[in-house]
Design a binder for this molecule. Structure first.
Ligand code: ADP
Ligand code: MG
Length: 256
């Protein structure tokens, strides 16, 4: 075994995967730049750390369970009049996650609730926070089947260990009394431990209706709103305003 091979084997034994994969390049750079021992070691350690951080970030994003990626940079504040630039910047700074604040985004379809929620959670993953995404419907399914289904249990456990949980589409479908109670228990457990972003088409006054229990709705909202900002996102649907079509041709009169 030549020296390089021995070094690679040792790097692998030590779990230094990036060092093993880029050993020749690291040595070549060191030689061509006449690096000091200190500079060389610094390069080796820095590239290993960067590799691990990138891997961990990739894993956080994958495990968050986003249905698709959305980014803050693509969120058009000119279109969304309900959020000021200052508020948007404050949300992007993520200190609210440190303070375990919640965020409720309410409004009609197409105004960007899901986009903003996913983009904030994605951004949080990029900055070292553990985030989880779920729709309300899928959350209910997991809470109902946690005892008997391993995948549901894994998802709920992950949610409980997250810094940030996105619950998308709250209020779209009515939920049963048993589900309402499970939801209440989860929210209570996450309180002061996990930030929650809720997107909903319902105003607070309508929560009693879809939960079919005014007392429970009050209890849940009480916990959610303790440390919470609520953004009412009004306006037109971005989808309708920016509708894309695929039909091409001269006769446009019959295509709407
Ligand atoms: P909602 O969850 O409120 O129904 P979405 O977040 O799903 O709406 O938005 C619908 C579509 O419009 C998505 O493709 C989203 O990326 C886009 N969209 C909505 N608002 C904005 C915005 N302010 N800037 C850029 N894209 C937007
Ligand atoms: Mg949505």
């Amino acid at each position: 075994m030549d020296n390089i091979q021995t070094l690679k084997t040792n790097a692998k034994t030590l779990g230094l995967i990036q060092t093993r994969n880029t050993l020749e390049k690291l040595i070549h750079t060191a030689e061509s730049e006449e690096q000091s021992y200190t500079a060389f070691l610094d390069n080796v350690f820095s590239s290993e750390i960067k590799y691990r951080q990138d891997k961990a970030q990739e894993k956080r994003i994958k495990e968050a369970g986003f249905p698709y990626p959305k980014y803050l940079k693509d969120f058009d504040l000119g279109f969304c009049k309900s959020i000021t630039k200052k508020q948007f910047n404050q949300l992007s700074e993520l200190t609210w996650i440190e303070g375990v604040y919640n965020l409720i985004l309410s409004g009609p379809p197409g105004v960007g609730k899901t986009h903003l929620a996913i983009a904030l959670a994605y951004h949080a993953c990029e900055h070292g926070y553990k985030a989880s995404y779920t729709t309300m419907q899928s959350l209910m399914q997991c809470l109902r089947t946690e005892e008997i289904d391993r995948r549901s249990r894994v998802k709920i456990n992950r949610i409980k260990k997250s810094h940030l949980l996105v619950i998308d589409e709250v209020g779209y479908l009515p939920i049963t009394a048993a589900e309402g109670n499970l939801f209440f228990q989860l929210i209570s457990e996450l309180q002061e431990q996990t930030s929650i972003i809720i997107t909903t088409n319902k105003g607070f006054e309508e929560w009693a209706e879809f939960l079919d229990d005014p007392a429970l709705a009050t209890a849940i909202l009480d916990r959610l709103s303790y440390q919470c900002d609520r953004i009412k996102m009004s306006g037109k649907s971005y989808r309708l305003e920016n509708r894309k079509s695929f039909l091409k041709g001269d006769n446009k009169d019959n295509v709407q």
